[in-house]
Design a protein around this ligand. Structure first.
Ligand code: NAD
Length: 310
């Protein structure tokens, strides 16, 4: 065990969900000297994890045995709740973990589901933290993710060193569910602003503006935003943006559609009089369904252009 694990209170990690994100995140924990027991329901994910040096086990119960932290990185909130509670008569993670285990969920899920998962964990005598990430697979591999954390202050302090191994920014957003709340609000801004930037570029094209001219003005004026200056949806002005590589790779349209569905659920459950959010959710759903699922979400501009009158 290296010194990097601190005094070792959170040294033994059960890591469940070794997919695109979980795999490289677990690798970084192993490299930092944490004792990791990895598990995934898909055998190919387990094989790949072992190939990357992550010790794996055959069942969730084996992973959780003796773990200080149960870290989950699953596709959805239903996966998290099912795994916590158990399904089909099988015991859940909450049942097989030792008392006072830290349940750390890094999946992107509904705020309400995150609160429910935390409440279940606490009711079972455990501790709970929601800590969704931004930064994508590249950030997971490089250990440069941003973690948005919902937790009691003492639990935030306890998991912080572990999160800092996998990320470069760890923000305590508030109580249980606040991490998911921050993530959903941020992605609502991102999804809508990318549509705004894309519509402006297509309008500029129609009005005879070059991409560069619009970029030079808007990037130094009140239209400035990340969707324009970092992830610019047209090739040229920002050479590193996915538009320069036919929108590959990047933040997949399917994931933006998923995250905006979570935003839509939160908007509806809180009764916010939002109009852009629901529309953006619908727009990315269509984009994903019509071939954009695997393309960077900035490819939405091609949709807007294609559907515009010529
Ligand atoms: P993924 O589908 O590649 O990985 C999820 C893994 O969880 C799969 O390997 C699946 O088999 C496994 N799994 C499901 N149920 C399980 C269970 N009960 N026990 C063990 N393993 C189980 O997805 P991903 O791209 O790694 O994303 C994971 C989460 O991170 C999602 O919530 C996603 O929204 C979020 N996220 C992804 C990205 C990204 O760029 N991929 C970026 C930010 C956040």
């Amino acid at each position: 065990m290296s010194e990097a694990t601190g005094s070792g209170k959170m040294a033994h990690v059960a890591f469940l969900g070794l997919g695109h994100m979980g795999g490289p995140m677990a690798v970084n924990l192993v490299k930092a000297g944490y004792t990791v027991a990895g598990f995934d329901v898909v055998p190919a994910a387990l094989d790949a994890a072992r190939g990357h040096g992550i010790p794996t086990v055959a069942t969730p119960a084996e992973a959780v045995a003796g773990a200080d932290v149960v870290l989950t990185m699953f596709p959805s909130g239903q996966h998290v709740l099912d795994a916590y509670r158990g399904t089909d008569g099988r015991p859940g993670l909450l049942d097989v973990a030792g008392p006072d285990t830290m349940f750390l969920d890094c999946s992107t899920i509904n705020v309400d589901e995150a609160r429910e998962a935390s409440a279940l964990a606490v009711a079972a005598g455990h501790r709970a933290v929601d800590a969704p990430v931004s930064g994508g697979v590249v950030g997971a591999e490089a250990g440069t993710l941003t973690f948005m954390v919902g937790a009691l202050p003492e639990d935030f302090d306890a998991v912080r060193p572990l999160l800092e191994v996998m990320g470069k920014r760890v923000v305590h957003c508030g109580a249980h569910g606040a991490g998911q709340a921050a993530k959903v609000c941020n992605n609502l801004i991102l999804g809508i602003s990318m549509i705004a930037v894309s519509e402006a570029f297509v309008l500029g094209e129609k009005l005879g503006l070059t991409h560069q001219a619009l970029f030079d003005v808007a990037s130094a004026a009140s239209g400035q935003c990340w969707a324009l200056t970092t992830n610019c949806p047209v090739p040229g002005p920002v050479p590193t943006s996915p538009a320069n590589r036919d929108y590959q790779p990047g933040f997949a349209g399917a994931l933006m559609a998923k995250d905006l569905k979570l935003a839509l659920n939160a908007l509806q459950s809180t009764g916010v009089a939002a109009r852009m959010g629901p529309l953006a959710s619908e727009i990315y759903d269509t984009f994903a369904a019509e071939g954009g699922a695997g393309r960077d979400f900035s490819g939405i501009i091609t949709d807007i252009r294609d559907k515009s009158a010529h």
